[in-house]
Design a binder for this molecule. Structure first.
Ligand code: HEC
Length: 327
């Protein structure tokens, strides 16, 4: 594999050119107001694709150690830095393709997809290792579908799932070597997705409350991992929460909600400081995380109260999308 280690400059430049071309399709802006617009099919219903999200079919394991692994995996699954490389720079996480652990019929990324809902996970666009030079997009599988339908076995003692995810992260997406608990967590999360756990409504509106709940859950996982001494995993958990805050921030983009955006950025800054403390071994990360959690509920209430002035509002979302130039 070593001879593929050097990232061919042409791949990087090609990817950047595609990303810029996509961003350039937005009138008078550096990029689209919502980053996910870059990988949503042009003719997708924007209110469904960007204003709602599938419900999650998660069956939490009864075993405490397994439940802890699932919490780590659930957060990592939603964190672009886990993938690294071009995908992370574009803001893509496992969850961009497997939304809420399911599929994404609206996913279409230049150079990676053919029809909407497909992706080439051996595409040279995201990878310097695996690029097979063959345009081979495949339908994105619903990871919450029946277990028998999967190519990779998901039995708890079958480690092919870990090996597959490790290959995805390090080879396909050029990500850094994942912390052992992050890799184990991703596999545990995928194993815990179960069609029998799907809520009745297939989708729900995307809201600040939903994203803040994810952020709080990630910070709770960060506290557990930090207390257990797994700093590398705790750092990823904090990154997961920051990524969720970023998804709220980009939609709080009008003067009417400037105060809420400032509060969000302050919340993000406090998490950046915790990451720094964790990385350098400075004490106080645990209490800073506890303090962050205390302040998260009032922040969430304020965001929810101002939701209608943000791009979480369906009418405003539609209006923002009209800025997209034809062609
Ligand atoms: C760019 C879109 C994309 C991203 C990002 C992505 N996947 Fe996938 N995933 C796919 C596609 C497409 C396939 C099907 C590949 C095939 O059929 O050869 C797949 C297949 C899988 C499978 C195998 C399903 C089976 O049939 O056994 C698993 C498990 C999986 N992905 C988990 C993940 C995890 C975990 C991440 C993040 C580390 C991730 N995926 C990120 C698109 C994506």
């Amino acid at each position: 594999m070593d001879r593929f280690r050097t990232r061919p400059a042409v791949v990087v430049l090609g990817a950047l050119a595609l990303a810029l071309a996509a961003a350039g399709a937005w009138a008078g802006r550096a990029g689209p107001p919502i980053r996910a617009m870059l990988w949503i099919a042009r003719d997708a219903d924007p209110v469904r694709a960007l204003g709602s999200t599938p419900t999650e079919c998660l069956k939490p394991p009864s075993d405490a150690a397994q439940a802890r692994a699932v919490e780590v995996g659930r957060a990592a699954f939603r964190t672009p830095v886990v993938l690294g490389g071009q995908a992370a720079r574009a803001g893509i996480a496992c969850e961009s393709c497997h939304r809420s652990g399911r599929t994404n019929p609206d996913f279409q990324f230049p150079g990676v997809s053919s029809a909407p809902g497909t992706a080439d996970v051996t595409s040279s666009l995201f990878s310097s290792h695996r690029g097979n030079g063959v345009d081979d997009p495949r339908p994105i599988p619903d990871l919450s579908g029946p277990k028998a339908a999967f190519k990779i076995g998901q039995a708890p003692d079958d480690r092919r799932l870990e090996a597959f995810i490790h290959g995805l992260v390090t080879e396909e997406f050029d990500g850094p070597e994942p912390a052992p608990a992050v890799l184990a967590g991703l596999a545990a999360y995928v194993r815990s997705l179960d069609p029998s756990a799907c809520p009745a409504p297939p989708r729900q509106p995307l809201s600040p409350a939903l994203l803040m709940a994810d952020a709080r859950q990630s910070i709770a996982a960060a506290r557990t991992e930090s207390a257990a001494g797994d700093t590398a995993t705790a750092v990823v958990m904090v990154a997961a929460a920051r990524a969720r805050l970023g998804l709220i921030d980009e939609r709080f983009n009008t003067p009417a909600v400037a105060a809420q955006r400032r509060a969000l950025r302050d919340a993000d800054r406090r998490l950046a400081q915790v990451q720094d403390a964790l990385r350098t071994g400075r004490p106080g990360a645990g209490s800073a995380l506890a303090n962050w959690l205390d302040r998260a509920r009032p922040l969430e209430a304020d965001l929810t109260a101002h939701r209608s002035a943000s791009l979480f509002d369906t009418a405003r979302l539609r209006q923002a999308l009209k800025l997209r130039l034809p062609g």
